[in-house]
Design a protein around this ligand. Structure first.
Ligand code: NAD
Length: 302
């Protein structure tokens, strides 16, 4: 099978590229390297340094490569930046997705797999643990851009012969996550603590997220090559982990003994959430295997 993986030089995308290549698939990567790194890139992948906003180049790649599957992970991912500068997030995440969809249907691509967000699409839900039937109410332009991306995909699927699988990820962490961005708290805390610097917690430490190890996310993306057709899946563990717990777990893994710094919660941030992934278990055959302590122990000291 030939797969285009966008964002394949980034954190999650590069792990998916490795898994697809290990499974014997041919992989084409589209990434503009705005955040991705060449060192993440699997040498067996065909690489195009192209921006997904550049429709002409995207069309040329699809015309040449004729992929069976598109796995779309390229995006602007920073929530706070999307509040400050919404138009760039909308251009990359909405117009970029449209360019890929249009090239996919012209070239008879069979399936479109999409990295959406569970953390930012549901807003601050009244129930803390949400399933896919909970009505999205994004609290940031980033969350909005992902909801619009989902709707574009469903539209193109209805109007064409294109199957889709949409993943609403919880907070993903693991090897190769950028420690310099504003997301990626495990990577950020780990690096600071290894350097002896106390990390900053935004809020009082009680804000919660649902954390999933990247290896588990890769498994969902492998399953999605064949299963889960035309469905939306939460990818989470259904377990709330507070910022203070993240701090303590990483501190224990790297032997850090100081206290954190505290600053006010940033605009657009959800206060508490965890994702119910029962549908992924029943219809995709996916279950997370690594708990937070195990996952942090794998990555924090590197
Ligand atoms: P990342 O920044 O490491 O990866 C994104 C990749 O996309 C990077 O390699 C970047 O260079 C590339 N990219 C960005 N803009 C581009 C453009 N205009 N054209 C081409 N390439 C571009 O981020 P990640 O954490 O690996 O996230 C991957 C996907 O998963 C994103 O779509 C993100 O919204 C989604 N997601 C991530 C999380 C998480 O916790 N990390 C949670 C929910 C959803």
């Amino acid at each position: 099978m030939k797969t285009v993986v966008t964002g394949g030089a980034g954190f999650i995308g590069s792990h998916i590229v490795d898994a697809y290549i290990n499974e014997g698939h041919e992989v084409v990567v589209i990434d503009n390297l705005s955040k991705g790194k060449l060192e993440n890139l699997n040498p067996k992948a065909q690489f195009y340094k192209v921006d997904v906003r550049d429709k002409e180049s995207v069309d040329k790649i699809f015309d040449k490569e004729k992929p069976d599957v598109v796995n779309h992970h390229a995006a602007m991912i920073e929530v706070a930046k999307s509040v400050r500068e919404p138009s760039e997030t909308i251009e990359v995440n909405v117009v970029g997705t449209m360019n890929l969809l249009s090239a996919a249907v012209i070239n008879n691509t069979k399936r479109f797999i999409f990295a959406s967000t569970g953390g930012a699409i549901y807003g601050s839900p009244e129930e803390v643990r949400v399933d896919e039937s909970y009505e999205p109410a994004p609290s940031s332009p980033y969350g909005l851009s992902k909801l619009l991306g989902e709707e574009e995909i469903r539209h193109y699927s209805r109007e064409n012969n294109l199957e889709y699988v949409i993943f609403r990820y919880a907070n993903i962490y693991g090897e190769r996550q950028d420690s310099k961005g504003e997301a990626g708290v495990v990577a950020i805390f780990s690096e600071l603590m290894r350097e002896g610097e106390p990390p900053t917690i935004f809020g009082d430490g009680n804000k919660t997220r649902d954390y999933v190890y990247v290896g588990d996310v890769v498994e969902a993306n492998v399953l999605a090559l064949q299963n889960g057709t035309n469905n939306i899946f939460n990818i989470g563990r259904g377990v709330e982990v507070s910022d203070s717990q993240v701090f303590e777990t990483v501190a224990k893994a790297v032997n850090f003994n100081e206290k954190p710094k505290f600053e006010p919660v940033r605009s657009g941030e959800v206060l508490r959430i965890s994702l119910d992934a029962k549908r992924a278990k029943e219809e995709l055959g996916w279950e997370p295997k690594i708990n937070f302590e195990e996952g942090v122990a794998k990555v924090a000291s590197k």
